[in-house]
Design a protein around this ligand. Structure first.
Ligand code: BES
Ligand code: MN
Ligand code: ZN
Length: 518
């Protein structure tokens, strides 16, 4: 989708040649006077007659209205006109946006929309018009290719929010696409190839570690999960160097179980297909890098993805097996279905070599988190109040919210083992928390946060499909870190040492393909 931000008065919106004009009207507009232009007069009339309510999501479809160039016109109520209202109102316009013959649409704000509302409109339209086609033989692309966002005035804040939102949505689409692909079309090797192709962008590089390298690193927990599968594991390492080498990177880690059968602790058959989404964390790392490629912010980011399948097999791990993690800590695998924490713990330990200013992992880790928070908010666990606050704020701003959960030491009690340094599961109680406590044993004193996205990375039922979350949250957070990162200690072996130092961000222009015309 090609998004364009345009300053459009109501009169100009009426003249804009397009197949569909969506006019967003808020209660704010109703309290004042509607313009005397064609659209304003029509809205005022419809409201007065009781034919159009401004409540969020209310629609009034019109056809070939005199003095309006668009063939179809839809008046859309957006309630108070907040970002959430705009998102929710536009979410109900999927059908009309996807109608045959609508190639160019204009979404015009008939009220003073703030920057967040404009960003929300980009998010909602992108969300409603994403179409999965990869394994459909008869797929027909959506006609809509051009979306003009008409705002009353193109302030710097609105333009910046628009550009960020366009990049966020490109990242979200990347994440959705890879998470949606079935496990036989999104193997660890294919994910690694996707990472390589994203890393062709400026200031990026990518390193793929195979089974031999991972064995050499001593990642015994990660290897243990992969040993039951015919698909060779891949450890994907992405680097984005947008700031000076001296700036400590933010390390993102994404769980990349391309299919989770549970292993010998086999899952029930019902809905097991959804375990192809168990690489949602990995997909979000790919999505974030896609967005970074476009935005080129002045930060350093490392993306790490342990990718493998969790399969039952003659060679698979068995309950009771003890493995040695890269950190040296031994783990009794009491349940082979608690595999996410096993692949993550080695990569979290590996992350320390980059001396990160923050370490954030994303994982579809526990069914317990789905029970706790459902599909609305991701679970947030953190050893740092500052990092937790930054992530929570970013999530709210990006309409990709999370909620902080506890990490009291007592929650780790259930992980005690008689045969190893720890077991990989505790009891049923507080399952999302005990999983986080397990991960915490591998992060040392690096400020760390864990996002349990088991409830938010995909939707089940009729709308079954990946959401691309938490790409929006992460991009928002990362952009907020520009200029904030404390310099890394002189001894830090940052990835930047592998590539020449980046130019100062101020001397660069943000490359956006989304045109911002006047
Ligand atoms: N990938 C699952 C978590 C999951 C389950 C996400 C259902 C979304 C929906 C994870 O690997 C898993 O199986 N976790 C177990 C842990 C348990 C064995 C301690 C779970 O949640 O049941
Ligand atoms: Mn599992
Ligand atoms: Zn899993």
């Amino acid at each position: 989708m090609n998004f364009e931000l345009k300053a459009l008065t109501a009169a100009a919106a009426a003249r804009e040649k397009c197949d569909l004009l969506l006019v967003l009207v808020s209660e704010q507009a109703a309290s004042g006077t509607f313009g005397s232009d064609a659209i304003g007069a029509m809205v005022a009339h419809a409201v007065k007659q009781g034919d159009f309510a401004l409540t969020c999501g209310k629609q009034l479809p019109l056809y070939q209205v005199p003095a309006i160039a668009a063939r179809r016109v839809v008046l859309l109520g957006t309630g108070a006109g907040s970002a959430r209202d705009v998102r929710n109102a536009l979410a109900g316009c999927g059908a009309v946006l996807k109608t045959d013959g609508i190639a160019k649409a204009v979404v015009s704000f008939a009220f003073d929309a703030d920057a967040q509302a404009v960003a929300a409109a980009v998010q909602a339209v992108a969300d409603a018009t994403y179409l999965y086609t990869h394994t459909k033989s008869q797929a027909k692309p959506i006609a809509l290719t051009k979306l003009v966002l008409g705002v009353s005035s193109k302030t710097a804040a609105v333009t910046a929010a628009f550009n960020t939102a366009v990049a966020q949505q490109e990242g979200v689409n990347t994440a959705r696409e890879w998470a949606n692909r079935p496990a036989n079309h999104a193997t660890p090797t294919l994910l690694a190839n996707a990472a390589k192709s994203i890393a062709k962008a400026a200031r990026m590089s990518c390193k793929i570690h195979g089974p031999a390298e991972v064995a050499k690193l001593g990642m015994g927990a990660f290897m243990a999960v992969a040993q039951g599968s015919r698909e060779p594991l891949r450890f994907i390492e992405l680097h984005y160097n947008g700031a000076a080498k001296s700036v400590a990177p933010i390390v993102l880690v994404g769980k990349g179980i391309t299919f989770d059968t549970g292993g010998i602790s086999l899952k029930p058959a019902a809905e097991m297909d959804e375990m192809k989404f168990d690489m949602g964390g990995a997909a979000s790392v790919l999505g974030v890098f896609q967005a970074l490629a476009r935005l080129q912010p002045a930060i350093n980011v490392v993306g790490l993805i342990p990718a493998c399948e969790n399969m039952p097999d003659g060679a698979a791990i068995k309950p009771g097996d003890v493995v040695t993690s890269m950190s040296g800590q031994t783990i009794e695998i009491l349940n082979t279905d608690a595999e996410g924490r096993l692949v993550l713990c080695d990569v979290l330990h590996y992350a320390a070599r980059f001396k990160p200013s923050a370490l954030v992992d994303m994982a579809t880790l526990t069914g317990a988190c789905v029970i706790a928070l459902g599909g609305l908010r991701s679970g947030l666990f953190s050893t740092s109040d500052e990092l937790a606050a930054a992530l929570q704020t970013a999530g709210d701003a990006a309409l990709d919210p999370c909620w902080r959960m506890p990490l009291d030491e007592e929650y780790a009690d259930g992980l005690k083992s008689n045969f190893a340094d720890m077991g990989n599961v505790a009891g049923r109680a507080a399952g999302a928390v005990t999983a986080a406590k397990f991960l915490q044993k591998f992060v040392g004193d690096i400020p760390w946060a864990h996002l349990d996205i088991a409830g938010t990375a995909w939707k089940s039922g009729a709308a079954k499909g990946a959401t691309g979350r938490p790409v929006g949250l992460l991009v928002q957070y990362l952009l907020g870190q520009q200029g904030k990162a404390a310099p890394a200690p002189a001894t830090a072996k940052t990835s930047a040492s592998r590539k020449s130092a980046a130019k100062p961000a101020a001397s660069r222009r943000t490359r956006v393909t989304a045109k911002a015309s006047a």
